[in-house]
Ligand binder design. Structure first.
Ligand code: ADP
Ligand code: MG
Length: 470
């Protein structure tokens, strides 16, 4: 980390450097290597005056993100070093020449109209085809549901789409299959197409990139291959993990990549893994891919799945009982693509046979999908699902606490464990903080009694059972 201390610094720079090192070590331990690289490693200490420390971030997006997500923590860690410290400030100072020598900074002028015009005049039909033809009209920002797991990727994508300059290069999006990488890339393309039509955008799968390159090699026409990327303003390559291993394509990709970055063209890359975890990709390439902003999309949460289902049901303009949506959000956890598929099937089926949509009909229609998403139910899973449902901590399943708000869900989980697993009463008792088998027996009869007397309780149990059942 290179410190750029100014004269007015009151602390000696050696003690600041040491303090910053300590802060960084803690940040790295707390947030992990990837986050550390994306957010903290790129900060520098600029100034420490009175009770205020000022850091620098390479661009506004990073600064804003850090201020909203990490500022408190960073300040607290600084306070461990200097207890008189009260404020943390972050200013935007684009990376120094030592890092990105030939790259214009954020404050550089937007794409010149001259280049844009030349580009669109030169754009062949084939190029135009690249934009539009393979963009899915449903993949827009409007249709993208934001939750905790994808908020960073979404914010970064929006920033790139809305900016007329290059806020960070490349934007590297990664995450498991069916979690919205392609959706975000198309959304960027649509947005730019609508609001800055003069900018040329190319979206390509890595496979297509490879295919075109190999074809160019065969026809000894690599010049034309390179040429087509020259006039582009924004290049997106999806699923870059597919480039791994193919040495000459990788080489070409690396050159194209470098050339475009040097010309301050925006690159957006997606992959199923972080740059450092990509296999079969050269080290220098990995390191270069991680230069800009690396944003990961995590596996979905129940809330996001439910939000997406509600949004899709609205789009389809069909009434689907909330219980059915909840059931699907609980059951289909693999990815968003499957979740959508499930919803479409239920709706199609209901329309065809003219029957109301219910949990029963959903289970019927989705039997194969549900089975694929199922594993054998374990007591741990039951405890987890029941805790989620009643919004208590899983640890409460083992705790000695006896308040009703915790004891009742625990009894429900014991009941379901008896119902859905082959475990004996003593075995179940052991899994619930070493309780006696008579406690489990008591729980079961209590739950059975409530199922008889309380219809909404009974519905809850029914829902939980279906969610957990094989
Ligand atoms: P990936 O490229 O990561 O494999 P996709 O972008 O193809 O995943 O997404 C799979 C499906 O899920 C698409 O139909 C997409 O529209 C949908 N999808 C993914 N994330 C979201 C989201 N946050 N909101 C709405 N739909 C989403
Ligand atoms: Mg994809």
């Amino acid at each position: 980390m290179n410190q750029a201390f100014e004269n007015k610094t009151h602390k000696p720079s050696s003690s600041l450097a040491k303090a910053w090192e300590n802060v960084c070590a803690k940040l790295q331990a707390e947030f992990g290597e990837d986050s550390f690289k994306s957010w903290f490693k790129i900060l520098n200490v600029v100034d420490f005056e009175g009770n205020k420390v000022t850091l620098s971030a390479p661009n506004r997006f990073t600064r804003d993100w850090i201020l909203t997500h990490y500022a408190k923590r960073i300040l607290a860690l600084w306070q461990n070093e200097f207890s008189e410290l009260m404020h943390l400030d972050i200013s935007v100072i684009p990376h120094s020449a030592s890092v990105l020598a030939s790259r214009p900074t954020e404050s550089s002028t937007p794409v010149s109209p001259f280049i844009a015009e030349t580009a669109s005049n030169n754009g062949s039909d084939a190029d135009k085809e690249n934009l539009g033809a393979n963009l899915d009209p449903r993949f827009t920002f409007d249709n993208f549901v934001v939750g905790k797991t994808n908020e960073l990727a979404h914010a970064a994508a929006r920033r790139v789409a809305e900016s007329s300059t290059v806020p960070f290069n490349p934007l590297f999006l990664y995450g498991g299959v069916g979690l919205g990488k392609t959706h975000l890339m198309h959304a960027i393309a649509w947005h730019i197409r609508l609001h800055q039509p003069e900018r040329r955008v190319i979206y390509l799968s890595a496979e297509k990139f490879m295919y075109q390159f190999i074809r160019a090699l065969r026809f000894k026409d690599t010049m034309a291959f390179k040429e087509q990327f020259r006039s582009v303003d924004v290049l997106m390559i999806d699923d870059v993990q597919f480039i791994s291993g193919k040495d000459s394509t990788q080489e070409e990709f690396f050159h194209t990549f470098n050339a475009l970055v040097d010309q301050n063209k925006q690159l957006i890359i997606s992959a199923d893994k972080s740059p450092s975890d990509l296999e079969g990709i050269e080290e220098r390439m990995k390191s270069r891919l991680g230069w800009g902003l690396v944003a990961d999309i995590h596996p979905t949460t129940y809330e996001l799945r439910l939000g997406i289902l509600q949004a899709k049901a609205d789009q389809l303009n069909v009434q689907i009982p909330q219980k059915v949506l909840e059931f699907l959000a609980h059951k289909i956890t693999s990815n968003i693509r499957e979740l959508e598929g499930a919803l479409n099937r239920i709706v199609a089926h209901a329309t065809l046979v003219g029957r109301d949509i219910s949990i029963d009909s959903a289970q019927d229609v989705l039997r194969d999908l549900l089975r694929a998403n199922d594993r054998r139910t374990t007591i741990e899973e039951i405890q987890k699902k029941v805790s989620e449902h009643y919004q208590i901590r899983v640890s409460d399943m083992h705790s000695p606490k006896r308040v009703r708000s915790v004891a009742r869900p625990r009894q429900v989980a014991m009941y379901l464990s008896k119902l859905l697993t082959t475990k004996s009463l003593p075995e179940i008792g052991r899994k619930f903080g070493g309780r006696d088998h008579t406690t489990v027996l008591h729980a079961i009869s209590k739950v059975e009694e409530l199922i008889q007397s309380d219809s909404s309780f009974s519905e809850d149990i029914d829902l939980l059972r279906r969610m957990l059942e094989n």
